[in-house]
Design a protein around this ligand. Structure first.
Ligand code: GSH
Length: 208
């Protein structure tokens, strides 16, 4: 097996697992747990994993000896390498794939993480509603921008689902629990992305 994906599905590794499922490529999943038992066989000190990502964060991949980390970079690489329709057909489309992927990790990931932690992820006595509210407030403008983009076209880089959609949608999986009534285009797109068979298979790996 040439492609190895490191990271438990209940982590950002789900992004790479979803991509591999979309592409229909063979891969080996090595469910490294980034928190538990660091020196155990599937802990973050696993030597193969540390070779793939010296930072010790998931996801990371080893693709026939080529190591790569950072979820968005992994997915851009895999989509481009396998060219099964997830890589945009035009150079402008490629620009949009980079734009939405960087947007996902800078504008969306931190806010959604903070909002979700203080809304439903942390135990109730550890949640700070003011932090959830502030995160939601900060997300309003970026989410409006996504909604406006999707008013003009069905997917972020054009008429078809591409890596741009996968990368942003995957970073928004917890944002599915937000009220998107004021953002109907975003709501439609998010539901479409998560209804894809590959998304369902990937999320089934985490029991969701
Ligand atoms: N920007 C990175 C973030 C990776 C990341 O923080 N992963 C978490 C799990 S979701 C992790 O490995 N945390 C353990 C640590 O930071 O030591 C990416 O998108 O791949």
């Amino acid at each position: 097996m040439s492609l190895r994906i490191y990271g438990i599905a209940a982590s950002r590794a789900i992004r790479a697992l979803w991509m591999a499922e979309e592409l229909g490529i063979p891969y080996e999943h090595v469910p490294i747990h980034y928190r538990d038992d660091p020196d155990g066989p599937l802990g973050k000190n696993n030597p193969g994993f540390r070779r793939a990502n010296p930072l010790g964060r998931v996801p990371a991949i080893d693709d026939d000896g080529f190591a790569l980390w950072e979820s968005m970079a992994i997915n851009l690489y895999l989509a481009r390498k396998h060219d099964k329709g997830l890589w945009p057909a035009t150079v402008e489309g490629e620009g949009l794939a980079y734009q939405w992927s960087f947007f996902a990790v800078t504008e969306i990931d931190p806010g959604v993480g903070e909002w979700a932690s203080h809304s439903f992820v942390l135990p109730e006595d550890k949640r700070e509603p003011a932090r959830a509210a502030a995160a939601l407030e900060r997300l309003q403008r970026p989410l409006e921008v996504v909604d406006a983009a999707l008013a003009k076209r069905p997917f972020l880089a054009g008429d078809a689902f591409t890596v741009a959609d996968l990368n942003l949608a995957a970073a928004m999986f917890r944002a599915r629990r937000m009220d998107h009534a004021a953002r109907p285009n975003l709501a439609r797109w998010l539901a479409d992305c998560f209804a894809r068979p590959a998304a369902r298979r990937a999320w089934a790996m985490r029991g969701e």
